[in-house]
Design a protein around this ligand. Sequence first.
Ligand code: NAD
Length: 299
Amino acid sequence: MARIAFIGLGHMGGGMAPNLAKAGHEVRAFDLSEEALAQAVEGGCIRAGSTEEAVKDAEAVITMLPAGKHVAEVHRDHVFGKAPSSALLIDCSTIDVATARSVEEDAAAQGYAMVDAPVSGGIAAAAGGTLTFMVGGSDEAFARAQPILDPMAKAVIHAGGPGAGQAAKICNNMILGATMAATCEGFAMAKKLGLDLQTFFDISSKASGQSWSMTSYCPVPGVGPETPADHDYEGGFAAALMLKDLKLAMDAAQSSGAYTPMGAEAEELFQRFVDRGGGSKDFSGIIKMIDDSWKVPEE
Ligand code: NAD
């Protein structure tokens, strides 16, 4: 069992860190929020008073932070030179590919092995230990990261070299944003054309319009499996986070010269939904904006 430092115990990290403790690891946890830290301690983690205290003597350092600037700052100011150089650094946050690569380069220059390991699956999967990890880094670093990530995972997949995990994550979420918007449009038009929506689901979920957004996460209340649509779009994956990922995808498209008109359209739609007050709703709630008969939030 390993000594693991866990930094960032919010919606995601707060579920993940206790799963490592349950698996028998010694988890020294730190968060700027006292409340988040107290919950992790209740979940079996050991309280650290700072990132420096958490990473001292650590064999692995896991970060689950909001954005690239937090990941860069925490590593450059509080991890590099403070954790033993033998420690494996694992960043599970969703951040831009350029920052991920630059922090990984700095880590290597300081003698650390590091991987980017963003996740798919929301708060429930974090708490349940069923996340999918997409890992970018060397073969050696991946082999060291895998057994550490396993207690938090349904799957741990090596995506490629440094930054490849973040690249896979934003390409995946760009597809998700676009297919969700297209699925909402399809149902909205089906309704206007007088189709029964359960009947349309039965047809399209077995025809070529099928996608995860339709069959596993149908945006229409009462149709398909139980989803956030059945709870007025509460819980699930917040539209604000989808917008964050689409912005990361558009940055990556620009820097790599990729042509992504559907991704750009999805970003604009989710921006409008967030501007209208939908940011904390599940991202499938965008159906409310696409068809006003699902109640459009006031502008
Ligand atoms: P969150 O805001 O709930 O948690 C982030 C935590 O980091 C907070 O508790 C905050 O206090 C802490 N923090 C910030 N700066 C810190 C610092 N310098 N030192 C220590 N702690 C610090 O965010 P979240 O929902 O847990 O998401 C974390 C990451 O996971 C994000 O990059 C997000 O995009 C990604 N993600 C989230 C979901 C989801 O459904 N919430 C799903 C997949 C991926």
